[in-house]
Design a protein around this ligand. Structure first.
Ligand code: GDP
Length: 616
């Protein structure tokens, strides 16, 4: 159906619910393609809607939304995951169909993957160490384990030899980072709570993250060796968060442990396996090309790109062509957490992989491709897609400068900040000062995360999720984080003077507040005589009665107390024959009001301007 549109151009219209699916990073050209329109006419329509864009520029979802609503369409942005699925589809790789096609006979039990979370100093690292040391295999290998980002332990459970995989980065940061990238790695979370300290802010944060991801929790009540330890209190406290101990009739397993004395570790592993068996159906098909997630990666001087991957299904072999995120290559060698060479790795097995041409990011999914060429092409296509999405995102995320606009459009009412500093004193001082900024009730300032040290991937991930701005005081980016911030379009600002940071935030917050204007009277003049000028129209020969008359200010004309002309401008101002910028009370002048010529002797010319009302 063709109908006249904004700007008089012809654009095929939808019926109000016609769905247009667009990828992130799409341009008006792509939109035009979908509705069979001329891109130039969309540029025109958008222009009439108050947005300027070229046909090839990447636009964000909101802009497409505005345009689509006008034309009777509904825009659906294709998610990054869907987009990747389509991309893989072009190479005949269909992961969903693959999963659906797997019957009971293809699926074999696999070990659970566990992340240890909890408040700082409650013993997460110590607990991971204690668990590692229980491993019989590690014992045989001389007890030396290397940090590769994850490890597997074996334990005897109900007469069976069972394995459990642990993510070797304690805390919910890694967990959130993975989730921010769409990867769900963890099957079970161990929530560590120190029995001498109780439930603390990060305890709650951690359990929120786990519950949001639908990951069952096993509670490790740690430090029970300490005087003042009160394990019963922990059970009591956690009931408030829907974690009710089995002995209280709930379904969460609580295990008392001492990471330091390595007590209760076997019971904890037992609880993990019991929870896994009761709540989850952990099975995978080992007999296919491997699929999984990169957990850690870095560039090693001697060995090149080194990545620890967790195989989630299938089996990874030396020699396989793989693609992890935008990195690709052929598996040259694999090592386990004991540094031993391995030739294959099945489901839930973490291995260190050599042979990628570049370094993937933690949380990137990996898969084995039919051949190296395909792996490279997938990687290249992904990189192109990421670049396009980046271009669109750059316009979208919040920066201190564009806060005002976002607020006025009702898109934000809270300025979320992540604070990082070189020492905790500085971070606290900064936070204190920032929270003292008085901005009234219309906007909120929230510090969603604070910490000491370089700006990390976690900081950027948090900022991405909560649309926050990162403030770094005397710190820098951690390795490779700048790229991530750039990619995600997060505004990161660095300061070395606290007041500078406060000033900037205050300015943004004040800017965020819609400015209030008031009319301020500047002066008034009485018209004594009217001169005709061919060049300037009528000139009102006047005497300034109060204040001053200034050129280029707003003016109105009053006759017998009534306004007869308003919103005029003092376009010319003369003192005798000379141009003047201002003429003060008691002096005579010639005032020209542009094309407004209806002034007569006795009229009063008032001048005024709009001033932003200062905030108290
Ligand atoms: P994280 O910040 O949660 O990783 O905590 P750490 O593992 O670094 O432990 C913090 C502190 O608590 C360290 O000084 C540990 O030695 C101590 N700690 C950890 N577990 C225990 C325990 O079971 N008993 C005692 N007494 N101290 C512990």
């Amino acid at each position: 159906m063709q109908a006249p549109s904004l700007g008089g151009v012809q654009v095929p219209r939808g019926n109000g619910s016609t769905v247009i699916r667009l990828r992130h990073g799409s341009s008006l050209n792509d939109f035009a393609d979908k509705i069979d329109a001329n891109p130039a006419s969309l540029v025109t329509v958008l222009f009439h809607l108050g947005e300027m864009a070229t046909a090839t520029q990447s636009l964000d979802e909101d802009t497409f939304g505005t345009l689509a609503t006008e034309l009777g369409y509904v825009v659906e942005m294709v998610s990054a995951e869907e987009e990747d699925r389509e991309l893989l589809g072009a190479f005949d790789i269909d992961l969903d169909a693959e999963l659906e096609g797997e019957g009971d006979e293809d699926l074999f039990p696999r070990p659970p993957v566990v992340t240890v979370m909890g408040h700082v100093d409650h013993g997460k690292t110590k607990l991971l160490d204690a668990i590692r040391s229980t491993d019989v295999v590690a014992g045989e290998a001389g007890g030396i384990t290397q940090h590769i980002g994850a490890y597997q332990v074996r334990t005897e459970h109900e007469g069976q030899d069972r394995a459990i995989t642990f993510i070797d980065t304690p805390g919910h940061e890694a967990f959130t980072a993975m989730r921010a990238r769409g990867a769900q790695v963890t099957d079970i979370a161990i929530l560590v709570v120190a029995a001498d300290d109780g439930v603390m802010p990060q305890t709650i944060e951690a359990l929120n993250h786990a519950q949001a991801a639908n990951v069952p929790i096993v509670v490790a009540v740690n430090k029970v060796d300490k005087e003042g330890a009160n394990p019963a209190k922990i059970r009591q406290q956690l009931t408030e968060y829907n974690l009710v101990a089995e002995e209280y009739g709930g379904d969460t397993m609580f295990v008392d442990v001492s990471a330091k004395q390595r007590m209760g570790i076997d019971e904890l592993l037992e609880a993990v396996l019991l929870t896994a068996d009761a709540a989850l159906d952990l099975r995978a098909n080992p007999d296919k090309d491997a699929r999984g997630v990169a957990i850690e990666a870095n560039l090693d001087k001697g060995r090149g790109a080194v990545a620890t991957v967790l195989v989630q299904s299938g089996t990874l072999h030396v020699g396989d062509a793989i693609v992890a995120g935008t990195a690709h290559g052929r598996v040259r060698a694999m090592f386990d957490e004991h540094g031993a060479n391995v030739t294959e790795a099945g489901p839930a097995r973490p291995v260190l992989v050599l042979g990628l041409a570049s370094v993937p990011s933690a949380g990137d999914t990996f898969l084995v491709a039919p051949d190296e060429r395909t792996a490279r092409q997938i990687a290249e296509k992904r990189e192109a897609a990421e670049r396009a999405a980046l271009l669109a995102k750059r316009r979208k995320r919040i920066s201190l400068e564009d806060f005002t606009q976002a607020l006025q459009q009702g898109k934000v009412e809270t300025l979320n900040l992540v604070l990082k500093g070189d020492v905790s004193g500085a971070v606290e001082a900064l936070e204190d000062a920032l929270l003292k900024i008085d901005v009234g009730d219309e906007v909120d300032l929230r510090v969603i995360h604070r910490g000491v040290g370089a700006i990390t991937q976690n900081d950027v991930n948090l900022a991405t999720v909560d649309n926050a701005i990162i403030i770094g005081f005397n710190v820098k980016y951690a390795e490779r984080v700048e790229d991530l911030a750039e990619r995600e379009g997060v505004d990161v600002r660095f300061y070395s003077v606290i007041y500078q940071a406060i000033d900037d935030v205050e300015a943004a917050l004040k800017g965020m507040l819609k400015p209030e204007y008031e009319e301020v009277q500047l002066g008034s003049a009485e018209v004594r005589e009217v001169f005709r000028s061919s060049k300037f129209g009528n000139i009102a020969g006047s005497i300034v009665r109060s204040g001053e008359i200034r050129r280029n200010t707003k003016a109105r004309v009053l006759r017998n107390g009534a306004v007869i002309g308003d919103n005029l401008t003092v376009e010319s101002l003369k003192r005798f024959k000379d141009d003047a910028t201002e003429v003060r009370e008691g002096f005579e002048c010639g005032i020209g009001l542009g094309s407004y010529n209806d002034v007569t002797v006795g009229d009063i010319i008032e001048t005024w301007e709009m001033r932003e009302k200062p905030r108290s």
